[in-house]
Design a protein around this ligand. Sequence first.
Ligand code: GTP
Length: 182
Amino acid sequence: MVNKLESSEKFARYKMVLFGDGGVGKTSLVERFINDKFEENYICTLGYNVYEKQIAHENSVISFMIWDIGGQEKFRNLRQKYAEGADVAFLVYNITDQTSFLNILNWKADLTEFTGGIPFILIGTKTDLGSKRQVSQAEGKKLASEIGALDFFETSAKTGAGVENAFRQLAVKTYQAHFSQG
Ligand code: GTP
């Protein structure tokens, strides 16, 4: 949705969802981006959390409503309900967990089923645990291109590496995509 504020200023608001296995680091990614903090203890998201963040880009303000939905199977129905009306998504896996990477195909299928196929970025998390890596950066890039991701980033919510950039690119690309449609 795009509204004109002044002749030179635009405001756009988008709904964003994060899909990925339980424990891959979806909440941590958002907490690092919004609150610049990191929690070592794993607290499974019970249902969902909603955040709002505004990002300035050129002469525009891009506001994201971020719906962080628990990754466990038992939340599937809830996920379907809350994914409704989403504009963009992060599909998230953990680079130290091959299964979470393979499951990206299922997450993509769910995203398509629930939203009709919105643009998304592929994210590989936990790069600070490099010695435990099971998925190479090249494999991540290849998958991103095969499944039609807008982009691919690796991140660490623990150190903050790549997090700001991933969200910023999401904002810029989403905005450009919507404006290029006229
Ligand atoms: P669900 O709510 O179950 O869907 O999980 P989630 O994907 O939101 O995962 P969450 O952010 O709760 O993180 C799970 C665990 O991984 C927590 O113990 C985090 O501290 C840890 N974690 C998340 N991101 C990172 C990271 O970048 N590096 C490291 N070392 N640990 C991380």
